[in-house]
Each structure stands twice: as C-alpha cells, then as structure tokens.
Design a protein. Structure first.
Length: 95
C-alpha cells in the first residue's frame, strides 16, 4: 500500500485494511479528534490496535481520561497504558 496525504477526518483508504495505527502528539492538533478516531476505527481491521502517545508540555495535550472516553465513543476498548501523568502511550483495541 502506498502512503498518501489526507485529512485525518476523511482518510483515503478502504475499510479494514490496517493492522494498527499510532499517533504521537497529534490528536490534539486535529480540528475534530472524534471524527479522526472514528476514521481510524474504520480503516483498522476488526483485530486492529491503536496506540496514542501524549506529552504534558504539548499545548494541545489530550489528558488520558479524555482520550479513553473519546476512544470508547469511536469504537475502541482500552487495553493498557505505559508512562505516567506527564507522558504516556495508551493502547486500544478495535471493537
């Protein structure tokens, strides 16, 4: 599969084609993070994983609690978190 530029709210890929996705310091920059998470869920396979990383010094940081709520609303189940309150990586499974 070729890399393509696209809008995170309307990804230029078919449904269920990726095994995983990761975002590090990105979700807070997207104008509609909920739509971006829904699109990621759409392009991930049913067994797909999403990893989101955040750091507290980012002005658009997404707090862990807010992330888990947004991810659940988009069709993800929380699996585990590495890190602490200043930086973390959180892994979710598609449902």
């Amino acid at each position: 599969m070729r890399t393509r530029a696209g809008d995170a709210r309307r990804l230029p890929y078919d449904d269920g084609v990726f095994d995983g996705a990761y975002l590090v310091g990105v979700l807070g920059e997207v104008p509609d993070g909920h739509a971006a998470l829904q699109e990621l869920r759409r392009v991930l396979k049913p067994t797909g994983r999403l990893v989101v990383g955040e750091v507290a010094f980012d002005p658009e940081v997404i707090a862990f609690g807010a992330l888990t709520r947004q991810a659940a609303a988009a069709g993800f189940v929380y699996e585990r978190k590495c890190g602490g309150s200043l930086s973390y990586l959180a892994r979710f499974r598609a449902t």
